[in-house]
Write a protein that binds this ligand. Structure first.
Ligand code: 5GP
Length: 129
């Protein structure tokens, strides 16, 4: 059961449609656990979303309900994506918004990768400012 207050997983959410190939995305990376694509409204020179293939509404849901294999596979993929994008050096920011107070808009767990320039020192999504 989802634990984030976002309700049960909705197979009609936009990232589910992207995963199923029903709407297009600019693919960055995919493997058995994860799928990564460019954000449609980038907030940094590089803004990529990494999502698990499984049906999890949020990080809260994913961390509570996903198998160890899914969690390891997903987070290893996040690191691979950042490395392959050339973000590891000089660095980047990884953000997961969770629920209403976290500003989460799409109810399929995703990690934002921001990079390509020196980011604000504040520990927030640059979009919020
Ligand atoms: P959240 O606020 O849920 O953490 O972030 C959702 C992100 O998904 C936003 O940065 C938004 O720009 C992005 N987004 C929303 N719809 C689409 C879409 O159809 N395609 C892509 N590539 N990104 C989307």
């Amino acid at each position: 059961m989802p634990v984030s207050g976002l309700g049960p997983y909705d197979d009609a959410n936009i990232f589910a449609k992207i995963l199923r190939g029903e709407i297009p995305s600019r693919l960055v990376y995919e493997d058995g656990w994860a799928f990564a694509f460019h954000d449609i409204a980038p907030q940094a020179p590089v803004h990529v979303l990494v999502i698990p293939r499984g049906r999890y509404v949020s990080l809260a849901d994913f961390s509570a309900s996903a198998s160890n294999e899914e969690i390891v596979g997903f987070f290893r993929a996040v690191g691979v994506v950042a490395r392959e994008l050339g973000l590891e050096e000089p660095g980047y920011r990884a953000v997961a918004n969770i629920g209403a107070h976290g500003g989460q808009e799409v109810p399929h767990f995703h990690v934002h990768l921001f990079g390509g320039e020196a980011l604000s020192g504040r520990m927030v999504n640059p979009r919020v400012g």
